[in-house]
Design a protein around this ligand. Sequence first.
Ligand SMILES: NC(=O)c1ccc[n+]([C@@H]2O[C@H](COP(=O)([O-])OP(=O)(O)OC[C@H]3O[C@@H](n4cnc5c(N)ncnc54)[C@H](O)[C@@H]3O)[C@@H](O)[C@H]2O)c1
Length: 285
Amino acid sequence: MSDRLLSNKIALVTGGASGIGFAAARLFAEEGAQLILADKDPKKLMQAENWFAEHNYSLLAVECDVCDSSQVASLMAKVQSVHGHLDVLVNNVGDFLGRIKPFVKMTDDDIDDLFSVNLRQLMICTRDAIPLLKQAAQQASIICISSIEGYRGMPNIAPYGAYKLGIEGFVKSIALELGPDNIRVNAIAPETTETDQVQPKKWISEANYPRVKEWIPLGRFGQPDDIAGSALFLASRLSQWITGTVIHCDGGALAAAGWYRTPEGAWTNTPVITESGIVGLIDND
Ligand SMILES: NC(=O)c1ccc[n+]([C@@H]2O[C@H](COP(=O)([O-])OP(=O)(O)OC[C@H]3O[C@@H](n4cnc5c(N)ncnc54)[C@H](O)[C@@H]3O)[C@@H](O)[C@H]2O)c1
């Protein structure tokens, strides 16, 4: 059907075998795209392949560690030989690698490894995909997955936040460079989204789980499909005049910043001292 948003488009999703990447890949396929998934985990890749086969969607699954430049070069060569061009690149890979510790204890390897998986590989993938994106018959789109943690301080994993914010700097500059080639470049910065990597159910008790509504204005954690929806928008003609920017896909968390709802539903910016602060000053009349 030609009225689907990504009919006949060729889309590559890095880390596309699970979580946010897989949700985006699934949605893109439902909107008519032919997918390439590049993922380093062969088991997850096989599960993704099964889903695509069950639904009769076109898929090229490539086992690839995007932190390895030679594997990225082979990936792009494969895309070139199978499809000859690329319409959409989703730079989805990113990971805090479980390196949660005060910055003073971060080793050189911690800093380098977090750089490699959160920013370096994204630049390598983008650079190597540009010749393929330039071959697109119509406008092409690059989408980079950042994080809300780039837009607020995050204790005990400072490099992750720094590199995720770095994505915005990269996106802006490359958007300028690629605008004349009709290639758009944007990012999405999600708030906590339930995936294999981020499992809030493991660190919040069942009793406290519903209290997420005190923290996130839209009242829940993200689901991979929430982020996939923004990715579809940025991949499609619906965003054809948008480049060099970031969508905060976060249920309003960044807008709320230090503001929270009390269990009674009032707003407070002093959540640990709920009897004071602006709560008592609000004129409800
Ligand atoms: N889940 C969240 O709460 C959240 C919030 C903000 C930003 N993000 C970002 O969203 C993106 C996806 O996160 P997710 O939660 O879906 O992660 P996930 O761990 O659930 O899925 C990531 C996928 O990428 C693959 N992968 C990891 N390293 C790779 C590598 N070097 N080469 C190839 N494949 C690799 C994994 O095998 C996996 O299939 C990341 O960039 C992450 O930083 C996630």
